[in-house]
Design a protein around this ligand. Sequence first.
Ligand code: PRX
Length: 659
Amino acid sequence: MADYPTESDETLANLLHEQRRFPPEAGFSAEANATSSDYDMADDDRLAFWARQAERLDWSQKWTEVLDWSNAPFAKWFVGGKLNAAYNCLDRHVAAGRGDKVAYYFEGEGGDTRTITYAQLTHMVCQAANTLSDLGVTAGDRVAIYMPMIPETVVSMLACARIGAPHTVVFGGFSADALRTRIHDCDARIVITSDGAYRRGKAIGLKSAVDEALLDCPDVRNVLVVRRTGQEVGWTPGRDIWWHESVELASADHQAEAFDAEHPLYVMYTSGTTGKPKGILHTTGGYLTACAYTHWAVFDLKAESDIFWTAADIGWVTGHSYIVYGPLANGATSVLYEGTPDTPHQGRWWEIIDKYKVSILYCAPTAIRTFMKWGAQIPAKYSLGSLRVIGTVGEPINPAAYMWYRENIGHSRTPVVDTWWQTETGSIMISPLPGVTAGKPGAAMKALPGVVADVVDDSGASVANGSGGYLVLREPWPSMLRTIWGDDDRYVETYWSRFPGLYFTGDGSKKDEDGDIWLMGRVDDVMNVAGHRLSTTEIESALVSHAKVAEAAVVGATDETTGQGIVAFVILRSEAGDGGPEVVQELREHVAKEIGKIARPRQIMVVAELPKTRSGKIMRRLLKDVAQDRPIGDVTTLADSSVMDLIKAGMPGGAGGSH
Ligand code: PRX
């Protein structure tokens, strides 16, 4: 448990001084989906509450038991129930006469658009399901998806769900190596990709990365390729198949088969505290129930009239739960935007909101901080009057960003929901409920009805209001991860052994005087860079895999825009010379190649020594002080306390060189 609570000094200070409260407006509350009695109902009988939420779905066979926790921490929700996730997201809406309702307004980065109704989406998903079946994919087989933010990505996921083949979507910004390790880990036999993706006006190759990854994946039989950019691609006859020559010609006649509530829906890889990413397994019934409920309650979704936009990538859990499964299960209309916020201009998001009359926006604090830098005059040029709820996710939102968001985007009118959750939790766990809970800038507030969160001390005892500790979840919840793919022991060890009987989130947290929850950042070796989770160890492994590196230590230093920035300290091998700018650049690119551009260190410092305890553990806490230019903390446990002086001397402003 390194570092607690140094990282959260800023949050701590905010918490002490933050007095602003934004109670719900009466008009909003009168119409709100959620009510305060939802909390009471869930407190009275949590399982009955979740059973009621499961009624949001169509089950082809009803469950006999809400929760089987007899084999804890391996949960079974809605035991004996059967359903099809794709049917719940598509067919049932069409059958109910809502086939012409828009499921997605797709906005390409370059301004190309597509409007896709529920009937059309169902048609496309049935075609893709038939193609996958023709390729020999059967229930339980894993399919890897490595795609840009285009409708075919959603189609691919739902086609997998429809035939019971768990998907694993790998973020398109990850490297060929990262893709390969994920394909290996979950033993995917089919990959769905596109020729390329548009990124800031340029066509970036995705198929080329798949080709590179597959040099070492002999078990992958087929690659299904969507044409998006039209760029040249390498082609392996027999293995590679164009989407437009298969899916688009396939029959749209497909009966969805019902699967067990606990049938695996997908595996999503996320960083842990070791170098090896964890495949988080989500299953069908409980996950879909919680996505549907939270999407309805936290965003106050009115499916008939709202235009919902999660501005995140489908390659992350936020995209899975709140671009795909939650909104579609609720029959909502969403915006799907392919590109970056500044292509072709810095008002792109606000232009999209104005154009589609987006009423609910969900995004990451890092984006908000970027918009703050660009200036309020940019959103001011557009009408944002359609917005009625705005949310954030992925990292703590500092009060300044919260206020900027509230005032400049929400026009001091819309509730702001700061939602805390994780890849592992599958759906939002802690958030204000609009119309019910007051907002406090910087606080995630309260566990949702049916979720039991707590803050505990080192011994696992609940802390009093006004105190800090570790955030835990006391009771199982329907969208909880079921295990780490292929590694039950790591599942138990990572989440359930720190505090027996409690789910350990890895986050530091504090209850304020009212008992409301504030998040204080990770307490383990996981960084949060622009809302993306990265493990220090994973980047260290990437660095030491380079021939010129002898040793590496990585820390997350506070960064004004991205929350944390990656700072690496490396000891070079003697043959690398003195570590000139070329070596540093080479190492940054090496990490980008090994993991992906998001993992490229902001700064690499070449050092002669690393601070270690007598038992050889690197003291990242001290390196963080250096990276953040803070006075160096307690060095008494260092094996050689002069090391820190040496490192400091090499820093910018110090005697030596750095980069
Ligand atoms: O540290 C918390 C932070 O993001 C972590 C989860 O990351 P990931 O699994 O990638 O999922 C991100 C999207 C759900 C958490 O352990 N985090 C997430 N939301 C918040 C947050 N920290 C503070 N406030 C939040 N609202």
